[in-house]
Design a protein around this ligand. Structure first.
Ligand code: MG
Ligand code: MG
Length: 252
């Protein structure tokens, strides 16, 4: 069932989503060559708890950490380890927080130092695809209009869209109905209504779309070994369109 949230509930979702955005802002200056993934995870957990919230991923289905950190050919759901970042990598950081029973969920892909033009293009394309998807999240549109906008933008550039993982409703649970695929024909799926809250999250591959789950049982990787990028926002559908609840407070 797709929930329509009250104004007050959206305020609570927004509070959690802003904590996630602030966590990612905090991390953005720390994603540098030589930092270990576990250090980033520890800083994120401390930050979230300092805001009287709870890391939403920790313990979710048994996931062991605050952040999903996915480097280069890892698409999503990477488990932070003591491995260190190095120059030229791209690193997807996905974060969730729960406060007062309401959830926020957001992800960004960061560059570690100087990255290749191809990696830059992949990241910019994924971030722009998210923005185009969000534009379609308005009353009267349908769920698949979001994915259609993403697909129409991404595939002509020669990148591919992960099919196995999708966006989702969000609110009193981390993952709620509806599923929000990042591809599709327009006008399908449920009608979007004012008050719905969604996490929209394109996962875009440099090479082919196929992915697999690594031996740790969590990390999703590209089959062909080419890199992947991921951006995600928690949004609320308002009368006139989407409001991004996990917006960065940094300039640019
Ligand atoms: Mg997420
Ligand atoms: Mg999500």
């Amino acid at each position: 069932m797709v929930r329509v949230r009250t104004r007050r509930e959206i305020e609570l979702i927004a509070e959690s989503a802003q904590i996630v955005a602030d966590t990612l802002d905090m991390l953005s200056t720390k994603v540098t060559s030589g930092v270990s993934l576990l250090e980033l995870d520890a800083q994120a957990e401390e930050f979230i708890r300092s805001r009287n919230a709870r890391p939403a991923f920790k313990g979710y289905m048994g996931f062991p950490a605050t952040l999903c950190i996915s480097v280069d050919d890892e698409v999503v759901h990477g488990i932070p380890s003591n491995s260190k970042l190095s120059e030229g990598q791209i690193v997807g950081i996905d974060c969730g927080a729960e406060k007062n029973g309401y959830y926020g969920d957001s992800a960004r892909t960061f560059a570690v130092g100087n990255i290749s033009d191809n990696n830059r293009d992949l990241m910019l394309t994924t971030e722009k695809a998210l923005a185009l998807g969000i534009e379609q999240a308005k009353p009267g549109n349908h769920v698949s209009d979001i994915g259609h906008a993403i697909q129409s933008f991404v595939e002509p550039k020669g990148f591919s869209i992960v099919r196995e993982l999708v966006g989702h409703g969000i609110g009193t649970q981390l993952h709620e109905d509806p599923q929000v695929p990042n591809y599709g024909v327009p006008g399908m799926g449920g009608e979007l209504k004012e008050g719905m809250c969604l996490a929209i999250e394109p996962m875009i591959n440099c090479g082919r779309k196929e992915v697999y789950t690594a031996e740790d049982g969590w990390t999703i990787k590209t089959k062909d070994g080419y890199n992947s990028a991921h951006f995600e926002h928690t949004i609320a559908i308002r009368e006139n369109g989407a409001e991004i609840l996990s917006r960065s407070q940094l300039n640019g």
